[in-house]
Design a protein around this ligand. Structure first.
Ligand code: TGC
Ligand code: FAD
Length: 394
């Protein structure tokens, strides 16, 4: 199908490319090529069947998609934060679920082990996570505690050289296929700690959640802990408190701010092509002012999002990106992408609801992206708190 073959144009309206280094462009080109050959030809089929292309976990490792900005000796790519961003953008141009596979592994599993793990834990897990030989997941959300993870009830009890873990986590990306889970639980003193729970530990299971209309090519499940004995050597020694998991979220939200641009670009590109090919009333629909309004607004919003992401990336490289700035970019860019997908769907008319085009799949995926890693409204309240100094959550 012609529209599937060449929809990887840059759409770089403000020449943002000139702000990128050769290394950024090379990383982006490599991932773009990989997505073209490994993801685009199969993704509609996997999403249709609601199946995760698990064979891609290793390939994602081979292309350096896990922890691009973590040090090489710890399984990462040794690049900067903008390289990490453009890689996420290209993955999500393919599918948000594929980007999720990489975000979770790199930012929510490797990052906490790198940042808060012992040297033994780093040596044991990070190289294998970096190659995709091991798959990880991140357990924070619970059935009754989503936006408010501080209320979590999953807890550990001291048992000498181990902790006994009980509780359940919900909506966990990768969990049914994961070899390890980074799990956040409350200690008896009420402090939140991170533990590495391994597949096969007695009392630990990870049932799949079925019936998703969104992120269908990504596997999601629960984590259930029934008196799981976790050795204390599996506790992340470097952090206590909610700032542990929230700092990992900052890393992943940053990647999503870039990733969402990829999904938007794919929708825009498809809509632009369709608007020139589809004839109604004797002319291409792209010649109608209302179609042009949609396309003009789409590329304007994409361009603004690109600039926001790039500036955030430069701040992140300098270690100056604040969690609130990251919240703003995640919220803005994901909503932007969702709105672009909705407009693109309209431009495709009836064809827009089919899997002949990528638009509906992106649109459904982006409903999840709007909600996970902090909902749209939670990020609004984070910005609200930052600008007023008044906390809506307390
Ligand atoms: P609060 O009292 O504000 O903060 C507790 C401590 O954490 C610090 N902190 C952060 N640190 C780093 N990065 C951030 N983004 C941080 N946000 C807060 C804060 O400074 C404080 O530190 P300290 O030293 O004083 O203890 O916490 P709160 O309980 O009032 O909560 C605030 C709120 C609502 C913003 C937070 O709970 C929140 O962000 N909720 C949203 C939950 C969320 O995003 N869950 C995501 C689950 S994981 C996921 O969705 C993965 S999807 C992956 C995929 O498939 O791609
Ligand atoms: P709730 O917190 O119940 O929110 C419901 C609604 O209430 C939302 O609109 C919310 O904005 C609103 N709301 C809540 N509090 C307030 C408030 N104070 N003010 C105003 N409005 C408010 N979690 C993980 O830990 N690991 C994962 O790997 C992971 N992967 C996911 C994959 C998928 C496909 C999905 C759908 C979710 C995933 N999540 C994961 C969970 C995700 O982070 C949560 O769904 C999200 O944080 C929201 O929590 P909730 O669904 O419980 O919604």
């Amino acid at each position: 199908m012609a529209h599937k073959e060449d929809r990887y144009q840059a759409h770089d309206y403000y020449l943002v490319d000139e702000l990128l280094t050769d290394e950024h462009k090379m990383a982006r080109a490599a991932v773009r090529d990989w997505v073209k050959q490994a993801v685009t030809p199969i993704i509609e089929d996997y999403a249709n069947r609601a199946e995760c292309p698990v064979h891609l976990f290793k390939e994602l490792g081979e292309i350096g998609a896990y922890g691009p900005s973590l040090p090489v000796e710890y399984g990462g790519g040794g690049m900067d934060e903008i390289a990490y961003g453009v890689i996420m953008q290209e993955l999500e141009r393919g599918d948000s679920g594929i980007r999720s596979m990489a975000s979770v592994q790199g930012s929510l599993v490797m990052y906490p082990i790198f940042k808060y793990g012992s040297e033994e834990q780093k040596k044991k897990y990070l190289p294998k996570l970096g190659t995709g030989e091991l798959i990880g997941c991140f357990g924070l959300t619970e059935p009754d505690h989503g936006s408010n993870p501080a209320g979590m009830v999953t807890h550990v009890k001291d048992d000498g050289d181990a902790y006994i873990l009980n509780g359940a986590k919900m909506w966990i990306t990768n969990s049914p296929v994961a070899d390890i889970a980074v799990v956040w639980a409350k200690r008896e003193d009420g402090k939140i700690i991170g533990l590495i729970v391994e597949k096969g530990m007695k009392g630990f299971s990870a049932p799949e959640i079925h019936g998703k209309w969104s992120l269908r090519a990504s596997i999601t499940g629960e984590l259930v802990f029934e008196d799981v004995r976790v050795p204390k050597t599996n506790v992340l020694p470097g952090v206590e408190g909610l700032k542990g998991p929230l700092s990992c979220l900052s890393k992943a939200r940053y990647g999503i701010a870039w990733g969402a641009i990829g999904a938007a670009l794919d929708c825009y590109d498809s809509a632009l092509r369709y608007s020139k090919e589809r004839i109604q009333f004797g002319k291409p629909i792209g010649q109608f002012q209302l179609t042009q309004k949609k396309l003009a607004e789409m590329i304007t919003e994409i361009t603004k999002a690109q600039l926001l992401a790039w500036r955030l990336g430069t701040l992140a490289n300098e270690g100056r990106a604040t969690p609130a700035q990251i919240s703003m970019a995640k919220r803005n860019n994901v909503l932007m992408a969702l709105q672009v997908a909705r407009e693109a769907r309209q431009i495709h008319g009836g064809m827009g609801i089919t899997n002949e085009y990528p638009v509906m799949r992106h649109m459904m995926n982006l409903e999840t992206v709007l909600t996970y890693e902090g909902t749209h409204d939670i990020h609004l309240l984070i910005t609200g708190m930052d600008v007023t100094g008044l906390n809506a959550f307390k």
